[in-house]
Ligand binder design. Structure first.
Ligand SMILES: [Cu+2]
Length: 313
């Protein structure tokens, strides 16, 4: 009898009444609530496994919180690209993903040096690609971890992909982590979360304002510029031991290196946000435990766009 819908509802109401009687949370307790879920009606749950995304085919325009959970045994991330009006998903695969893959295989198999890759891609990729907008997404994420990125998306057609590499040197996108995403008009727009930390990205570097704390941290990121001849600034955040150097991390993140973007990673990546156009503002959350962290930009750290911090217990 206790399992009837009536008693279930009664039990729920009793719990709600008990919760309502609890003292109101203090400001400090309020901050512990995941800002994405507390402030934003558009939450997009994405599960990454080896090697596929479980992601809705269609989402609402406006502010969306992508909550990425890594259920695989390798690192994954969610890179979002907006397709130009006239370009289809199949054309993106054919004209962009395949040439990148061919160049990677040539490097992997010793037929092409790393420094030849960009000139070759410069010739092979279509003109439209160099004006395309990368639209944020959740940064590198260790197995078992979860993180959020909150970004504003206009209606249109997008592509999501992960281009980490398997132990035998295949890009995750070629193994199945490559999907179309349609953003449809929604007048409600959603709203961005509150953030206690700010990161400014520019050719001057990566400036972090605020002190990350143990637990869930929300970062507001602003892109001041988009350096020429790069794929743009992003933020990748990882916990490292004291022996790991910044150079170790940058070497691993540089896709032109054979050992890059594959297991083992030089630390435990806990999220971040992939590149966005100059002038953009977006948000990400990361769960931090005490330790030493490096924040680096995959494509612009060689210009000095990186920083470090320590989370005290
Ligand atoms: Cu992946």
């Amino acid at each position: 009898m206790l399992t009837s819908p009536f008693f279930q509802k009664l039990a729920t109401l009793t719990v709600l009444a008990a919760l309502a009687a609890l003292p109101q949370p203090t400001a400090a307790q309020t901050e512990a609530v995941p800002p994405g879920s507390a402030h934003n009606p558009h939450v997009v749950e994405v599960e990454a496994e080896d090697f596929a995304f479980r992601i809705p085919a269609e989402i609402n325009s406006g502010w969306s919180t992508f909550r990425l959970t890594n259920q695989g045994e390798e690192h994954h991330f969610l890179f979002i690209t907006r397709l130009p009006e006239e370009v289809t998903f199949d054309a993106f695969v054919e004209e962009i993903v395949m040439p990148f893959n061919d160049v990677w295989y040539a490097m992997r198999d010793g037929h092409m040096a790393g420094d030849e890759a960009m000139p070759v891609l410069g010739e092979e990729l279509p003109e439209w690609y160099w004006g395309v907008d990368f639209m944020g997404g959740v940064g590198f994420l260790a197995p078992g971890a979860a993180a959020e990125a909150t970004i504003y998306l206009e209606p249109g057609r997008y592509v999501v992909e992960c281009y980490m590499r398997t132990a035998d040197g295949k890009m995750h996108s070629m193994e199945g982590m490559l999907d179309p995403l349609t953003v449809t008009v929604d007048p409600s727009q959603g709203s961005p979360p509150a953030a206690e930390l700010q990161i400014a990205l520019s050719e001057e570097g990566m400036a972090l304002d605020g002190r990350p704390q143990p637990g869930l941290n929300t970062f507001e990121v602003h892109w001041a510029d988009h350096p020429e001849d790069t794929f743009g600034h992003d933020v990748q955040i990882l916990r490292v031991d004291n022996e790991t150097t910044v150079d170790d991390v940058l070497h691993w993140m540089n896709f032109l290196n054979l050992e890059a973007l594959t297991e083992p990673a030089p630390g435990s990546f806990v999220g971040g946000i992939t590149p966005m156009p100059a002038g953009s503002t977006a948000y990400f959350t990361a769960e931090l435990e005490p330790g030493r962290y490096i924040l680096a930009s995959q494509y612009t750290s060689h210009l000095g766009v990186l920083t470090e911090f320590t989370v005290e217990p």
